[in-house]
Ligand binder design. Structure first.
Ligand SMILES: *Cc1c(COP(=O)(O)O)cnc(C)c1O
Length: 400
């Protein structure tokens, strides 16, 4: 590492709270699937800011939308209408097959919004007694870092030292539909799950799981809320991950990350008119939610995903990537699993922690990050080419 990079990292260590443990690289520039450090060394970004960069760094259409809108108006607040939010939300609703959307900024804010929405429905429509609503979530989940989101978490690292927690969450094992059926009570208002647990280590549930959960929800008058913040918008080879199964469409769909096209935080909760229509003025809000800059960026981010068929790309290239990785046949690897360009390489415990492999890969110009102790997550921008994947795999071969 150069003196410049050491100095910048030391500066961050003294002025930034240490709530992250980043790899020792200082990025100064990005374009498409590539980033450059302060010394001009080039790296292939195979994390994509946790899938917030599905369209790649600084996609020209998204940057054009950002700068064009920045030259007109950027923030109005929802006290007034702006001319960008309507077109954006109409497009988002059409793409997702939903009636209405509520725009927020970060992913966890959209999760919070969804929690409030399903509770409101529980009290006003289902008839649950006030203060009793229960939401079923899965252990090993990740829904963000607010007090309510960590209240739904089972991860000690996220929770320890941060109680008391928001009540009303019931945790069951992921991938076990019978456990959900057994956990449903008359007070259950929703099941909130990720179609694939991303932060949890790219955990893919058994085939038919989501459709079965959908059936359980329908039978018990319970809403199905899917957190597709990381899996959505093309990442897993469909526009939304639930589309891998027929009959698994949610009542409430939560999106974020790539909705901001890698440049600006944009998230949303989507649902039917019956559901989102329950919110009245004053029930919920956000100063920046639905602002014209976010709407312009969000619309361009969707256009790029659709026009460049990024979901199809993800499916084809993801299959290629997994085939190539499996062909390495390394004894260090316990399992390679994934859907589209959302792939986990699980390292055997006796072969050391995944972090060690991420550091070696960084030295060879591939940026990946461990999730949990033993899993290397590979999630490059969906605009990656076959040649770039083959180069990435060559670096994996060298390290494994
Ligand atoms: C990243 C993520 C969140 C939180 O999004 P933020 O923008 O970091 O608040 C919530 N749920 C899932 C599944 C995520 O991957």
């Amino acid at each position: 590492m150069s003196a410049i990079q050491s100095r910048i990292i030391a500066q961050c260590d003294s002025y930034s709270a240490r709530n992250y443990h980043p790899l020792p690289i200082v990025i100064a520039e990005g374009k498409g699937v590539w980033v450059w450090d302060t010394d001009g060394r080039r790296y292939l970004d195979c994390l994509s800011a946790y899938s917030a960069l599905n369209q790649g760094h600084r996609h020209p259409r998204i940057i054009a939308a950002l700068t064009e809108q920045a030259g007109r108006v950027t923030l109005t607040s929802r006290a007034f209408h702006n001319d960008r939010m309507g077109p954006f939300l109409e497009k988002l609703c059409r793409v997702a097959g939903m009636d209405m959307a509520l725009p927020m900024n970060t992913g966890v804010e959209a999760v919070e919004t969804a929690v409030k929405l399903v509770r409101k429905w529980g009290y006003t429509v289902k008839g649950v007694h006030d203060g009793r609503a229960e939401i079923i979530v899965c252990s090993n989940n990740f829904h963000g870092r607010t007090t309510t989101a960590i209240s739904a978490s089972s991860e000690p690292a996220y929770r320890d030292g941060f109680g008391p927690f928001t009540p009303g969450f019931v945790k069951v094992p992921f991938g076990d539909a019978d456990a959900i059926r057994a956990a449903v009570t008359p007070d259950t208002v929703a099941v909130l799950i990720e179609p694939i647990q991303g932060e949890g280590g790219i955990v893919i549930p058994p085939d038919g799981y989501l459709a079965e959960v959908r059936r359980i929800c329908d039978e018990a008058q319970v809403l199905l809320a899917l957190d597709e913040i990381q899996t959505g918008l093309g990442r897993t080879g469909h526009l939304f991950c639930y589309q891998h199964e027929a009959e698994a469409a949610p009542d409430v769909l939560i999106v974020g990350k790539a909705l901001g096209g890698g440049v600006y935080p944009v998230s949303a909760v989507l649902a039917s008119r019956d559901l989102l229509g329950l919110f009245q003025p004053g029930d919920h809000g956000s100063t920046f939610g639905g602002n014209p800059l976010a709407a312009a960026v969000g619309e361009a981010a969707l256009d790029v995903i659709l026009d460049e068929a990024l979901a199809d790309r993800s499916r084809t290239l993801g299959d290629h990537l997994m085939r190539q990785l499996r062909a390495i046949n390394s004894t260090q690897v316990a399992e390679i699993r994934g859907r589209g360009l959302f792939v986990g390489v699980e390292i055997r415990p006796e072969a050391g922690p995944a972090r060690h492999y991420c550091e070696r890969l960084m030295d060879l110009g591939v940026l990946v990050k461990e999730t949990r102790e033993q899993v290397i997550r590979i999630a490059p921008p969906l605009v990656i080419t076959t040649e770039e994947i083959d180069w990435m795999v060559a670096q994996f071969r060298a390290v494994l």
